[in-house]
Design a protein around this ligand. Structure first.
Ligand code: MEV
Length: 439
């Protein structure tokens, strides 16, 4: 196959034609299928086209709803864009479970974000450090014009620090800049300020005065925001938990706490445990048009903050009170990015009552906590497969192209049987051969 030049300049149809010709043996049906996923409203399709590059069609994800959530006394229906069937069901159950026990509580500790200018410097380090207060002043004053709008909204640059990395890497330094970015995630604003500061530090730290001038390696926002953190929790007297799938409240609470402890001490378990948390977090993050890669990266780094990867959730039982909580660093935006562009993101924001960034952080932290509660509750009582495979049954049936009647029959049939791909196939083969015999 020849290299294609200027693919991005082709029309959407030409892009599809090239793809189908080169990777689908020119099968016209494939092109029709791609076209079938385009939006009928041209304006909406145009904005989808422009969300990314080289768009040929749209990639669908289901949007599920987890109703019955009370957070800080306010009712919510949580929007979840996710393909894993059991996640939304588990979430919905958990919202309801905590509804009559006071619901979820949440608070924000801080919303500070970080950006870094990484540079090499081989000059007079002692003078650089001694002069840093006035260097910082110069950087702040001369980059201030970039923060006018952000300051008007109550944010801006909070601090600039000089960090010396030379014990780990020769000549390596960093400007560590902290920001408040209000309701925007802030990456663009932060990167713009950093790139300006990178130019400014070269001006103010000159070869004449410092025997060297900073050699800029790169300037970029840090997705690790340990000071932009939401805490969410649930708590109630143990007996209010009730008997859960035959497990008495006391036993359930102790077993639950031990399960959390396992994820605090064992990285193998912690990884799966936190994955479950991100089932809830990512689904809400995607539905609200935020960057789930940034949120994931940040959460996993935070989970390793003391040198070992650990659970993001914690549990205590004190004086008969069961408490379960999560501390989650999160950089989210409720303005800018997709939030005003994607029609379904707009609806999800409306459904949440147009939260500001702090409220959205709390909602997302609750989603992670609730998802984790559901998983641990299931695993420490009936086991995960019961609920999981029941939900998965539909996926298997769809994979095996079951008709509506067959699906209906299968849902009844597997009410008291183990769901597995093989068992479903055997059942379907049986149903289908009985049908043939009857006809
Ligand atoms: C599956 O997507 C998530 C779980 O594995 C999470 C967990 O084990 O805690 C059920």
């Amino acid at each position: 196959m020849k290299t294609i030049e200027g693919y991005s300049k082709l029309s959407k149809t030409q892009k599809m034609d090239w793809l189908v010709e080169n990777f689908f043996d020119g099968d016209k049906k494939v092109k029709e299928e791609f076209e079938g996923f385009l939006h009928k409203d041209e304006q909406i399709q145009k904005s989808f086209d422009e969300f990314t590059e080289n768009t040929i069609t749209n990639f669908y994800m289901p949007l599920g709803i987890a109703p019955n959530f009370i957070i800080n006394g306010k009712p919510y229906a949580l929007p979840m864009a996710i393909e894993e069937s059991s996640v939304v069901a588990a979430m919905a159950k958990t919202g309801k479970f905590w509804m009559d026990k006071g619901g979820f509580k949440a608070e924000i500790f801080d919303t500070k974000k970080i950006g870094q200018v990484h540079f090499s410097f081989q000059g007079d380090v002692a003078k650089l450090k001694a002069d840093f207060a006035s260097i910082k002043q110069f950087l702040l004053e001369n980059s201030a014009y970039l923060s006018v709008n952000m300051e008007a909204r109550g944010g801006g640059v909070v601090d600039v620090e000089l960090v010396d990395f030379t014990t780990q890497e020769p000549d390596l330094f960093q400007l560590k800049v902290s920001f408040q970015t209000c309701d925007s995630m802030g990456a663009n604003y932060i990167n713009t300020v950093l790139e300006e500061m990178a130019q400014l530090i070269k001006q103010v730290v000159s070869v004449e005065k410092y025997n060297d001038s900073p050699y800029i390696i790169m300037s970029i926002v840090s997705n690790y925001t340990p000071e932009c953190i939401a805490r969410a929790w649930v708590e109630c007297p143990i007996e209010d938990l009730g008997t859960i799938s035959g497990v008495p409240a006391q036993e359930f609470a102790q077993k639950f706490k031990k399960a959390i402890r396992i994820a605090e001490v064992d990285p193998h378990r912690a990884t799966t445990h936190n994955k479950g948390i991100f089932n809830g977090v990512d689904a809400v993050i995607i539905a609200t048009g935020n960057d789930f890669r940034a949120v994931e990266a940040c959460g996993h780094t935070y989970a390793s903050k003391d040198g070992q990867y650990r659970s993001l959730t914690h549990c205590s039982i004190e004086n008969g009170i069961f408490k379960f909580w999560i501390d989650l660093p999160l950089a989210v935006g409720t303005v800018g990015g997709l939030t005003q562009l994607h029609p379904l993101v707009k609806r999800c924001m409306q459904m949440l009552g147009y939260p500001d960034a702090r409220e959205l952080m709390m909602i997302v932290a609750v989603s992670g906590l609730a998802q984790n509660f559901a998983a641990i509750k299931a695993m420490t009582t009936v086991g995960i497969q019961k609920g999981h495979m029941k939900m998965h049954l539909l996926n298997i049936l769809n994979h095996l192209e079951a008709s509506d009647d067959e699906k209906h029959y299968a849902l009844e049939y597997f009410r008291d049987k183990i769901v597995s791909f093989t068992n479903v196939r055997v059942m379907l083969d049986q149903v289908r051969s009985d049908e043939v015999k009857k006809s």
